[in-house]
Design a protein around this ligand. Structure first.
Ligand code: FES
Ligand SMILES: [Fe+2]
Length: 403
């Protein structure tokens, strides 16, 4: 019989007749700043606004975003666990870019454009693979090592020596944080440091979930014929949950107590659980335990954290009005023979099934947006003060494509 449940800074420890049993990590606020509570300003003074709707369909603008936003910011390429062994690789494809990420023998990662320097086709044909030592272009057999260095050219003597000396696949910056592989197409010399991009607020607050200790349970992919920013917009407001997601009145009430935080280019949002509203007047309110914690890392990475499991939403633009939309579900690992873990797993999976239905509702609104995306009547969006993150997101995008 479980006689006590103690949340420590690291693990849920169940004390049963004096024996400690580690079940799963429980994120807690600890020494982190309050994000909800009496001393926290819940809503910045931004106010209501309107914005132009052409940002979702202007092909010239999309090209600028490809170059100056998608080409210069950190984005997810996959989970670290997908490339565990030396020579294991994954590929990333989106916004007309084709990248390969390879685990090196020393445990580090290398990433490079999967584009042959000879005449341009993809070097690596398979989307994923294991244990590669070399990659050979299927067209004429140029050979690259796992860091993208060109190490072999058949009939090399026929080429201009200057043309083929010191070249390799174009490098991409790559890093790991939170058990995620992040890439930046600006390249290793120009990319701002990954943690600087995520920022200390998010790396500390989201860091409490220890995503690096979680495992991928499922990833779902949709091909959505709308602009990726319209999908991000849906994660930058909670106004729609009452109507689209039919949330019960107590949840709608709780959303009115949510707090919104802007940190650099990124956002944090905390929605208290209805059962915790009475505790909101306490300075020690623990948002990790008692709220849905939500983080948006510019330009297209969204973390939605329930204390026991989390979802990552990743709209990858394929074109100005087409998006590969990935939804990743992460859970804490454990031993299914342990009844406590089996109970955690069952409860988490039940919640995940509900959330999949919720994502399905979001997808259903994308269908309606698809019908009107080029309509002459869709010229402007009217945003409430609680939709201000959408306005700031698009202001950031504007500023960056002008830089
Ligand atoms: S195009 Fe790759 S070897 Fe010729
Ligand atoms: Fe939604």
């Amino acid at each position: 019989m479980v006689v006590a449940v103690v949340a420590t800074s690291v693990f849920l420890v169940e004390i049963e007749q004096g024996n400690e049993v580690t079940v799963v990590h429980i994120p807690v606020r600890g020494e982190l700043p309050a994000r909800l509570g009496p001393s926290v300003k819940a809503l910045p003074e931004y106010g209501p606004s309107v914005m132009d709707a052409s940002v979702y369909r202007d092909p010239t603008r999309f090209e600028l975003e490809r170059e100056r936003v998608l080409g210069r910011h950190w984005m997810l390429a996959g989970r670290s666990e997908q490339v565990q062994g030396s020579g294991d690789w994954i590929t990333y494809e989106g916004h007309d870019e084709c990248i390969v990420v390879v685990r090196q023998a020393d445990g580090s990662l290398s990433a490079f454009h999967n584009v042959c320097r000879h005449r341009g086709p993809a070097i690596v044909a398979e989307k994923t693979g294991c244990g590669a030592r070399r990659f050979s272009c299927p067209y004429h057999g140029w050979v690259y090592d796992t860091q993208g260095k060109l190490v072999g050219i058949p009939e090399r003597e026929d080429f201009g020596n200057d043309h083929v000396t010191d070249i390799g696949a174009i490098p991409v910056a790559v890093g790991e944080w939170g058990g995620w592989i992040w890439i930046n197409l600006a390249g290793p010399d120009k990319a701002v440091p990954l943690l600087e991009s995520i920022g200390p607020d998010i790396s500390n607050d989201l860091g409490a979930f220890k995503m690096e200790d979680m495992i991928l349970h499922e990833v779902i992919e949709w091909d959505v014929p709308i602009n990726y920013k319209a999908i991000i917009d849906g994660f930058n407001e909670i106004y729609h949950v009452t109507e689209l997601h039919h949330s019960p009145p107590e949840f709608t009430k709780a959303t009115r107590f949510a707090s919104f935080h802007v940190t650099g280019d990124n956002f944090m949002c905390f929605v208290p659980r209805p059962v915790s509203l009475d505790e909101l007047n306490s300075e020690s309110y623990d948002h990790h335990r008692n709220s849905i914690c939500h983080y948006v890392v510019f330009p297209n990475t969204v973390f939605n954290c329930n204390p026991e499991h989390l979802q990552v939403f990743q709209p990858i633009p394929l074109g100005v009005d087409r998006t590969k939309f990935l939804c990743w579900e992460l859970i804490y690992p454990g031993d299914m023979n342990d009844p406590e873990y089996a109970s955690y797993y069952k409860k988490t999976m039940a919640h995940w099934e509900v959330l999949k239905g919720v994502v399905g509702e979001d997808i259903s609104i994308y269908d309606q947006m698809t019908r009107t995306k080029k309509s002459s009547a869709f010229n402007q969006q009217i945003l409430s003060e609680r939709e201000f993150k959408i306005a700031i997101y698009h202001e950031n995008m504007d500023r960056k494509i002008r830089d």
